[in-house]
Ligand binder design. Structure first.
Ligand SMILES: Cc1ncc(COP(=O)(O)O)c(C=O)c1O
Length: 361
């Protein structure tokens, strides 16, 4: 497929960040770097994490990787043995389950339900902990539901992690894409910095998914293990991408671009939620963060799998089946609204017209 064949109206990387990368290439940032990142860039990342979470964070706590996904794989390889249990949100980002199972551990589903604004119930979490539980993976704002953890949720989860001496992976890659409330970082709560791997990256907030840069803040002993895994796998993240991150973190122009993008996403969210809710049989919760909607489609009479396949084949609308995100995604589909208003309304119109027809599937 040519790049233009898969082009959607996703936000562009802010121009000042692209310019910084071009300058870096011209200045010779085209070689290997230290495995966990260029020291000045790790320093800038530590300042960014300190500013955004309030937790004093040093360069030694920071690891830069080619994308956030590597951080999760490295966390699992560093901390989890085959046969251990890892608690993951369900529905949740599919890579959690696939990587947990890849290393021979067991993924234990923590439900996030529409009836609870797609937030987990801390008592359900407590009941899932066993002597084999090694890690708890949390994600807020969440893919695929757009659910956002409130302060009381985070405090309850942190309390449970401390009581049970669990390490928490907190995937906060959508932290800047939060429409209605404050972003509460698990890393920032009492007793959590020493047991949390905060995972973030440039892909979402700065619209840089193709640049491949993830960053993690974590206890120094875990950072050292990740450094070893970087030496043995990717060697380092691309040097000029790392320099571009400094521009992303530290320039006022980048902040303005992120704010503008988030306002635009909020507008798209409102448009797509209203359009979907006007379709008989679809109940769409208004998400508080990220750029996904996860409507309940059970009343249409379709299964999530059949509806996703049929919408693509018959009306050219790409959605994902809810069960791609875990068994508890059944009865839902996921749409991304990182697309233009025109495309979103056209997609909603096609779904409406399609569902107006008698159900044949
Ligand atoms: C929750 C979540 N974490 C991580 C990622 C991937 O991040 P990266 O592009 O940095 O690997 C995604 C991408 O969709 C995501 O939804």
């Amino acid at each position: 497929m040519s790049p233009s064949a898969c082009r959607v109206s996703a936000p562009r990387t802010p121009q000042n960040i692209t310019d910084a990368a071009v300058r870096a290439i011209k200045n010779g940032a085209t070689h290997y770097t230290p495995a966990s990142g260029i020291p000045e860039v790790r320093e800038a990342t530590a300042r960014h994490v300190t500013r955004s979470t309030g937790v004093p964070t040093r360069m030694e706590n920071i690891v830069l990787t080619p994308g956030r996904k590597n951080l999760l794989l490295f966390a699992l390889l560093s901390l989890v043995e085959a046969g251990d249990e890892v608690i993951i949100p369900d529905p949740g980002y599919p890579i959690y389950r696939s990587l947990v199972e890849f290393i021979g551990a067991r993924a234990v589903s923590l439900p996030v339900r529409q009836g609870n604004d797609f937030r987990p119930d801390p008592e359900e979490l407590r009941a899932l902990i066993s002597p084999r539980t090694r890690l708890l993976i949390m994600n807020s704002p969440q893919n695929p539901t757009g659910g956002v953890l409130r302060r009381e949720d985070c405090e309850a989860i942190a309390g449970i992690a401390v009581e049970n001496d669990l390490v928490v992976v907190s995937d906060e890659i959508y932290s800047r894409i939060n429409y209605d409330g404050e972003h509460v970082s698990l890393y920032a709560l009492d007793g959590m910095a020493e047991r949390t791997i905060l995972m973030d990256g440039l892909s979402k907030a700065w619209a840089m998914c193709g640049w491949r840069l993830g960053f993690g803040a974590m206890p120094v002993e875990i950072a050292r293990r990740m450094d070893t895994l970087m030496i043995n796998s990717s060697s380092c993240a691309a040097a000029f991408t790392q320099w571009a991150a400094v521009e992303a973190f530290e320039s006022a122009e980048s902040d303005l671009a992120v704010d503008h993008m988030v306002r635009e996403f909020r507008h798209r969210r409102d448009v797509i939620v209203d359009a979907l809710n006007s379709i008989p049989g679809i109940a769409c919760h208004k998400p508080e963060g990220a750029f996904y909607v996860f409507p309940d489609i059970t009343e249409t009479g379709w299964s999530d799998r059949d509806l996703a396949v049929t919408l693509l084949d018959e009306v050219g609308v790409a959605v994902l089946r809810g069960t791609a995100f875990g068994p508890l995604g059944e009865g839902h589909i996921r749409l991304s609204y990182a697309n233009s208003i025109d495309n979103l309304t056209a997609a909603a119109d096609r779904i409406a017209t399609f569902l107006g027809a008698p159900v044949s599937g």
